[in-house]
Design a protein. Structure first.
Lengths: 322, 238, 265
């Protein structure tokens, strides 16, 4: 309003003012009210969503918290709900995630780097690009079917940790590729030109600049991918994960030479989500409490991973600012 | 460069500033021209009242010089003129100095006119000085025209004319020496008229300077203290 | 209209680079049309002209930055003295060109690394490993860029902690450390305040003792202040080239006159 007046003070423009002051403030008030309504509606919808989540979590806490104890983590599954634990499930989850990360990260990052930095733009890369984005949206059960045919049967990996790890890797590779490409794309053009003007080769460009500057975002993408994989049930069930495992695979690090072995890759396994699924399908309600407790562990794990992602992003953002 | 180009700046205000300072200079020129006319008239007709007016006009001329210089330094500071604009501003600063000097010379003639009016007049009046004065007046008028219209040809012609003025002044000076030797009683009067002729000649020199600024303004060529013929040939080639 | 493209021979200046009939195309669009001019050794040549006149395009030809983007095409030649190598020829590796010619950009763009790493980067790219030599060059370049006094105690700090003007001087030091033969500056002060700008300009006039400089600037007064030669470009063509004093007091071409006096041509 002050600006309006300042302008009209300058000259004869005053008489051209199409609206009297009262009408202007009336219109303004009307528009502000409309703004207010929208903000209120948004707030209500958001509250509804958050409230649902909070209620779910509260239900889980009420059901599961009493069952959470140290023994719960180191007991194998059992016919007796009070003695059953998630030992084999969380170890299995850990090992499968290890395989997934080892496979998905190098493949995904390398593919993203290649597509973004090296590949020429043509119909082939366009096709690959469309495929990658679509793959990220394919239902996970499809991956399970593919893995069943490919890893379990064709490559005769059987229902092993390796097969599950590879399956989940397949699932998150598109996520890692997309995240890597986004991260690389965020390296500003003027930084690239600065580096090229210094006479860098393409590889120096990637090694000295692109990767260091985008590490934070790439790591974030990887963790988001892994936290998706950790909760997946369908594909792992499809390839035939067992639901009742009362033993651990051979430890990867042993006391004798050569200290490291890979026998565990071949071992059958179970995972947290599968354990939960299994307990839920039991008729006894005590098992349902176990399921709630295991779900809490799973949620805690996912939250931890997401928190790490957020922390990494924050730290690298502070280090690298354009 | 021509006079229209003054008004083609993107900044409208800049156009107006340059135009304003240019017309101030031209009106200062008009005032000086009038001052010279009146001084000459006062001298030739022995009109001491008119001579007093001439002397007083000089204050206004001086004031105008100061105003123009201030305006020019303001333009230099705020607009940082380049190329033809820069040359215009510099030419105006220099021309205003020359016009002010012309005013001073006219004032001197005014003082001399007062002094001469109190003495007896020579038999032939001041015919030679009148003739010299007319020629100088014409030269000043043409110089100001050349400045206003940016006419290089006129400017070159006037620069050459200055030599004639100088020659005429020499003739008057010789004549004055003869008079003084003939009749020592008239030395005072003859000296006064010789000083007046001297002032007119100086006015001619300043008019010539104005013309040199016109050439600088239009072509960026400095023709002072140089071989005019060579400069002219070069200008004709362009 | 033949713009005079060669340096006045009576000045007896060595030529560092000779541009002959340089045309440049982005795909089908022609951005430069047969530009010819000489860059005098150890002098500052300024390129002025309205946005889109091709002055930055021209500058970027000198270190083949256009090669980073597809569908760019050069014609003509840029001969770099003394060996008369045509730096825009396909046979010449752009990497080699960039190792010989340094560039500073419009927006200060130090790498998000330490001050030391930034300045040493040109040497790292060249595979220099001698730590002692690198330290010496870093100090030398920072001194050349008048940044040594401000940074000697904080070489391990991130370059991002410097002010805008310091960052731009750091970029100049980064370009200078490998001792380039020619330094390109693309509107180096357009993102800086007047004091930082004055510092950079002062720096340039000191640097020209050691290196040939080609600078693109939007700021005509800057060109008038710092350069020895000025080239005025319009719509991809070189309109006028000459010593800066002449261009700014008595330009030969009307287009130049109109541009530097702020007239609509």
């Amino acid at each position: 309003m002050a600006r309006l007046r300042a302008r009209s003070r300058r000259g004869p423009a005053q008489s051209h003012n199409p609206m009297p002051e009262a009408a202007i403030s009336e219109a303004l008030a009307r528009r502000k009210r409309r703004d207010g309504w929208f903000a209120l509606a948004g707030l209500l919808i958001m509250l509804a969503a958050v409230l649902t989540l909070v209620l779910l979590l509260a239900q889980l806490l009420v059901d599961g918290l009493p069952r959470l104890s140290l023994e719960f983590f180191v007991e194998f599954p059992s016919r007796f709900p009070q003695r059953a634990g998630i030992y084999s499930a969380w170890i299995g989850t850990l090992l499968v995630m290890l395989v997934t990360a080892f496979v998905a990260v190098p493949l995904g990052v390398a593919a993203g780097l290649y597509l973004e930095e090296y590949a020429r733009r043509n119909w082939l890369t366009d096709l690959i690009e469309i495929n990658v984005s679509n793959l990220a949206g394919v239902p996970s059960i499809i991956y399970g079917l593919l893995a069943l045919g490919l890893f379990v049967n064709r490559f005769s990996l059987g229902q092993s940790i390796a097969a599950a790890g590879l399956t989940l890797a397949l699932l998150i590779i598109p996520v890692v590729i997309v995240a890597t490409r986004e991260a690389i794309r965020a390296v500003p053009r003027n930084m690239r030109e600065a580096a090229y003007a210094m006479g860098t080769t393409q590889w120096q460009m990637v090694a000295h600049h692109v990767l260091p500057y985008s590490t934070g975002s790439i790591l974030t993408g990887i963790i988001i991918g892994l936290s998706r994989a950790i909760g997946e049930t369908a594909p792992v069930i499809t390839i035939g994960a067992l639901t009742f495992i009362a033993f651990l695979p051979e430890a990867p690090i042993g006391g004798e030479f050569p200290y490291i072995n890979f026998n565990w890759l071949d071992a059958p396994f179970t995972l947290l989500p599968i354990q939960i699924f299994n307990w839920l399908s039991r008729p006894q309600t005590e098992f349902h409490a176990n399921a709630a407790a295991a779900a809490l562990v799973l949620i805690a794990l996912t939250l931890c991973m997401n928190a790490t992602a957020i922390y990494l992003r924050y730290r690298y953002r502070r280090r690298v600012q354009w | 460069m021509d006079t229209r180009s003054l008004s083609q700046h993107i900044s409208h205000e800049y156009n107006q500033e340059l135009e304003a300072v240019r017309s101030q200079l031209l009106s200062m020129g008009g005032l000086v021209e009038q001052q010279i006319n009146q001084a000459l008239q006062a001298l030739v007709e022995g009109d001491s009242q008119l001579a007093e007016t001439v002397v007083q006009t000089d204050d206004r001329v001086n004031q105008m010089e100061i105003t123009i210089d201030e305006e020019c330094s303001r333009i230099l500071a705020r607009r940082q003129p380049a190329a033809s604009d820069l040359r215009l501003v510099i030419a105006i600063i220099k021309a205003s100095t020359d016009l002010e000097r012309m005013g001073d010379e006219a004032q001197k003639i005014g003082h001399l006119a007062v002094s001469l009016a109190g003495q007896d007049r020579p038999s032939g009046g001041y015919r030679e000085i009148d003739q010299l004065g007319q020629a100088v007046q014409a030269m000043v008028r043409s110089a100001l025209d050349a400045f206003a219209r940016l006419e290089v040809d006129t400017a070159l012609r006037i620069i050459r004319e200055d030599k004639l003025i100088n020659r005429e002044y020499e003739a008057i000076a010789r004549q004055c020496i003869d008079y003084m030797m003939e009749d020592p009683h008239r030395v005072r009067r003859v000296l006064d008229s010789m000083w007046a002729a001297r002032s007119l000649e100086r006015i001619g020199d300043h008019a010539k300077n104005l013309c040199e600024y016109v050439i600088y303004l239009v072509h960026g060529k400095d023709v002072r203290h140089g071989n005019l013929d060579a400069a002219e040939r070069e200008l004709l080639q362009q | 209209m033949a713009a005079i493209s060669h340096i006045d021979p009576k000045e007896a200046l060595a030529v560092k680079a000779r541009v002959e009939q340089l045309s440049f195309y982005y795909g089908d669009a022609q951005a430069l049309n047969r530009v010819s001019l000489d860059l005098a050794e150890r002098r500052i040549t300024a390129l002025i002209g309205a946005s889109g006149c091709g002055k930055s395009t021209f500058l970027r030809c000198f270190n083949r930055l256009h090669d980073l983007y597809p569908e760019s095409r050069y014609e003509g030649q840029i001969l770099l003295k003394p060996d008369d190598i045509n730096i825009i020829s396909k046979a010449v590796d752009p990497l080699e060109v960039r190792l010989r010619i340094g560039m500073v950009f419009q927006k200060p763009n130090p790498f998000p690394k330490t001050i030391f790493e930034n300045v040493a980067y040109g040497l790292k790219v060249r595979g220099v490993r001698d730590r002692h030599f690198i330290e010496e060059r870093v100090e030398g370049a920072l001194r050349q860029a008048s940044l040594w006094a401000e940074t000697r105690d904080r070489l391990q700090d991130s370059a991002m902690t410097l002010s805008g003007g310091q960052q731009q001087r750091l970029c100049i030091a980064r370009a200078l450390a490998p001792q380039p033969e020619l330094l390109l500056l693309d509107e180096p002060t357009s993102a800086l305040d007047p004091i930082a700008t004055a510092n950079i300009e002062e720096l340039l006039s000191e640097l020209k003792e050691q290196v040939t400089i080609l600078i693109v600037t939007h700021n005509m007064q800057q060109a008038a202040r710092v350069s020895d030669f000025t080239a005025f470009m319009h719509l991809g063509e070189l309109v006028e080239f000459g010593d800066t004093d002449t261009v700014f007091t008595t330009p030969r071409q009307k287009k130049t006159e109109d541009y530097i006096t702020g007239r609509y041509g």
